[in-house]
Design a protein around this ligand. Sequence first.
Ligand code: GYE
Length: 341
Amino acid sequence: MRRFFSILLSISMILGLAGCTGAKPTEPSENNAFVIGFSQVGSESDWRIANTKSMTDTFAFDADYEFIMENARQKQENQFASVRRFILDGVDLIIIAPTVEEGWLTVLTEIHDAGIPVIIIDRSVAVWDDNLFLTNIGSDFLRQGNLAVEWLEKVTAQEAVSEEEEPDGSTPVSTTLKILHLQGTIGATAQIQRTKALEDAVATHEDWLITSQLYGDFTEAKAYEVMTEYLKENKDIDVLYSENDNMTFGAMRALDEAGITYGEGGDVKIITFDATKEALQYCLDGKINLCVECNPMFGPQVKDLVEKYRNGDTIPKHVYVDESAYTSKDLTQEFIDARAY
Ligand code: GYE
C-alpha cells in the first residue's frame, strides 16, 4: 500500500499536483527505510524557508529515511488532506508544523487510531489530550515576546532618565508610548504568544498604548499593503512591534515611502521577531532596533527525537530550542556572515 502511494505521490509531484514540494531525491526506497510524512505550513517567510531546508537536509538525504513533505500553503485544510494521505500511505511517523492551534482533535484522533506516532514542530496544537502526539518541539514564543517588552521597558526607562537630566528646568511631561502592532497569522502559536506578551505589558504600563493591530499574515506583501494603507491616515508611531521579519521588511518599505524615519535615531523604534540574516544586517546598520531570535534550524533535534522514539527511549513532551535577542551592539559583520539563516 505504502509503495503504491509513493508511486502515486511521485507521479503527482511530476505533474506538480498536491502542493508537494519535495521528497527523497533518490528513488523511493524499497528497503526498510523509515517513512516520514511532513506537513509544512507554507513558504510565507524566510524563517519558513530555512526551517524547510533544515528538515529536508536532515532527513531527505539519509538512506534510513524516506521523507515526504507537503506544503500546506498556510491553509489548515490542506494539512488535513496531507495527513489523511499519509495515513492511507501507511507512513511510519507524521510530523506536523500546524498553521493554527485550534481544530486538530479529529485529525489527530484519526492518526492515533491508525497507530501512527506524531511529532508537532514549530507551533503547537490546542488539544487537551497530549497522548495524541509524542512531543512538541519549537520556540518558546512567550519568552520571545517577553524579551521584546523587557528591552522596550529598558530603553524607554533610559530615555526618561536622560530627559529628566535636560537642564531646561522644566518637569518632564509624561507622554504616551504609541505602539503599532503588526500581527502574524491569527491563531498561530507564534502570533498568540507574541501578542500576549505585548498586551500583558501594555496592561501594566499606563503610558503604553497599542494604537492599532494590523494583520500581516507573516508575509512581506500583506504587511506592506496594510502599512501603506494605515500610514495614509496615521503617522504618529513610536514603536513598531512586528511579529516577524518579513512583515518588518514590508513595513519598512511602507515607512520609507511615507517619509517616516525608523531605527536608531529615527522616529519609530522597530522590534522584529525571527532574527534572520537580512534582519540582523538591518539591525547592525541601525535600521532595526531589536531582533528577537526564532531559531528554525532544529531539523537535527527533531531527528534525535525520532531516533529516541525508534529506540524506545522516553522523550519529553515539550522541547524548546535555544534563542536570544540582538541589538546592533550585540552584532558584528562576521557573526551575520556566518549565520545559517
Ligand atoms: O516567526 C514566522 C513564520 O511559527 C516560528 O512563522 C514560526 C513563525 C515565524 O512564518 O516568520
